[in-house]
Write a protein that binds this ligand. Sequence first.
Ligand SMILES: Cc1cc2nc3c(=O)[nH]c(=O)nc-3n(C[C@H](O)[C@H](O)[C@H](O)COP(=O)(O)OP(=O)(O)OC[C@H]3O[C@@H](n4cnc5c(N)ncnc54)[C@H](O)[C@@H]3O)c2cc1C
Length: 387
Amino acid sequence: MSSYHVVIIGGGATGSALAHDLALRGIRVTLVERGEVTSGTTGRHHGLLHSGARYAVKDQESAKECIQENMILRKIAPGSFELNDGLFVAITEEDLAYYDDFMEGCAVCGIPTRTLSREEALRLEPNLNPEVKLAVQVPDGTMDAMRLPLRFLATAKHNGAVIKPYTEVLSFLMEGQTVTGVHVRDHTSGKEYDIGADIVVNAAGPWAEKIARMAGVDVPVQPSPGVLVAVWGRYNNMVINRLHRSGDGDIVVPQRELSIIGTSSWVVDDPDKLDVPEEHIRLMYEKGAEMIPALKHAKMRAAWSAARPLIGSRGATTGRELSRTFKCFDHADEGVEGFVTITGGKATTARAMAETTADVVVRKLGLDIPCRTREVVLLPHTAYYTQ
Ligand SMILES: Cc1cc2nc3c(=O)[nH]c(=O)nc-3n(C[C@H](O)[C@H](O)[C@H](O)COP(=O)(O)OP(=O)(O)OC[C@H]3O[C@@H](n4cnc5c(N)ncnc54)[C@H](O)[C@@H]3O)c2cc1C
């Protein structure tokens, strides 16, 4: 193992995938997470392994990232997904009018599609609105939002990474304009202490801006929450999406014995202050029922919100106008050495985000070690607890 030490802030999908990538390259890694791992946005997302089709018209960079990563994750995390595919359903004439752009976008992004007639769609998904005009099948899937990151963390631990949940970064250690580590509080003991590092990586999702500010730099992150509603019962076995430009309540993900309807989108300043507006819950029921009418009377299991870490300066209106792609910032560009931020993206693209970031980190350390995470099969999530 190299003597270089990297501290990662944030134990969500991104930080977990990064801990795995760096540990695999032989770098000494410590990951600190202020709560339980995956307790940020990651543990609260839809559980949709994106094919990228949702972004194929308006956000093709993200769509291409999704389909590439979707295929890689199937290989490196077997058993973590329900390979149920997704259907984009046209319910109205307006939806139908979107079909050509959608098909063209999917073709450009390399997303396989199969168009189904109304009858075929209803045979596969009998609870669909009988008004459905046609459907397009794509390689979406269902994932467990927590178990995939646990597999990254389990494998990282196996390769020597140290994972510290309930450890919050309070400030940065600096020598002049160089970050040399972090000052943390262990919330289980109440003790505060320093952790030295050659490089600190900010993988704090929607909190990335707040963390960057502690080191005196700005990153353009717009926290953009959405509401999700889980109802009892599986109303569909494939992921059902509305065939139209991304909007509210136009995805239903079957997840264990639940169906999860999502989502809405707005913007906030502080990702710690999220509410779950009643009218958004109503909207999820209403919009979900346009695709699957029986959802209208489905019994609610839970409703919650989580904030997307979208790249963009403040001033967005709903967050839907911002791309779902990701960006890695080497803060040496703003005069602060030893500090890197990775943000944006999707849980589906966490491995690619980690690869890009780890490439920056090893280059900064003067090393030349290639990424191996496209091939290495991850340990099972249970290994996170048993090692
Ligand atoms: C409503 C909604 C639905 C979504 N659905 C999907 C989906 O179906 N599929 C998909 O692929 N993506 C989905 N996404 C996007 C996806 O959830 C996020 O892109 C991804 O989870 C972000 O992961 P992250 O690790 O970057 O951030 P996070 O998971 O938020 O991790 C950052 C971590 O940093 C920690 N942290 C913050 N401050 C500190 C500190 N001072 N010290 C230590 N730790 C700190 C936080 O506690 C947090 O755990 C959805 C997002 C939303 C909001």
